[in-house]
Design a protein around this ligand. Structure first.
Ligand code: ZN
Ligand code: ZN
Length: 193
């Protein structure tokens, strides 16, 4: 599924959510935590095909990182997105493969992002419940940490709680958010050692 499909779905969902500011979705293949913005993470379910040995696998821990920023003056916002890849464990090629996310799961991920924007930037109270990804077939055993790109960056959800992570004050609760974030980072570093 191409980037254009994600962008189009995002713009449509923003409109449906009664947000009049202009928001856009940008794919950033190098996105990591550290810059200023509101970080938000999701796991989705997807299949992978190894380009070397044709092995096929499914994972419920396909990690997606988002970074959101709003410019209130100019009434627009941006969401950067990075979909993390996984490598095959049946061969030694060690090529990071891009997940094949279904249209249904793409829609669910995008809707959750828009719900987060409604809550955090427009103070809309609980506009939607977060949607879980749709599973099809069984994922392979426990999460294969060795072959997960997000695990390599210490971002995966067993390392850091999924959800949001704030790097810049947005509200009076910002300090709490940052302190919680630091707590997670410290914990994360402990796990790494
Ligand atoms: Zn393979
Ligand atoms: Zn992982």
């Amino acid at each position: 599924m191409g980037v254009a499909v994600w962008k189009e779905e995002f713009v449509n969902k923003i409109k449906e959510a009664d947000i009049n500011d202009e928001w856009k979705l940008i794919v950033d293949e190098n996105l990591l935590k550290g810059d200023r913005g509101l970080y938000y993470t999701q796991n989705t379910f997807a299949g992978f095909n190894c380009s070397n040995c044709r092995h096929h696998w499914k994972s419920s821990k396909v990690f997606i990182l988002f970074m959101m920023n709003q410019n209130k003056t100019f009434k627009h916002g941006t969401v950067k997105m990075r979909i993390f890849r996984q490598a095959c464990k049946s061969c030694t090629a060690d090529v990071l493969e891009i997940p094949k996310i279904t249209h249904e799961n793409m829609e669910r991920v995008v809707r959750n992002v828009v719900t987060k924007i409604q809550k955090k930037f427009y103070s809309m109270h609980d506009p939607n419940e977060d949607l879980k990804p749709q599973s099809y077939g069984r994922s392979e055993g426990p999460h294969d940490k060795e072959h997960c790109e997000a695990c390599k960056h210490n971002l995966c959800d067993w390392q850091v709680q999924p959800g949001e992570y704030e790097m810049e004050p947005y509200s009076s609760n910002a300090l709490t958010g940052i302190l919680m974030g630091l707590g997670r980072l410290t914990l994360n570093n402990k796990i790494k050692k």
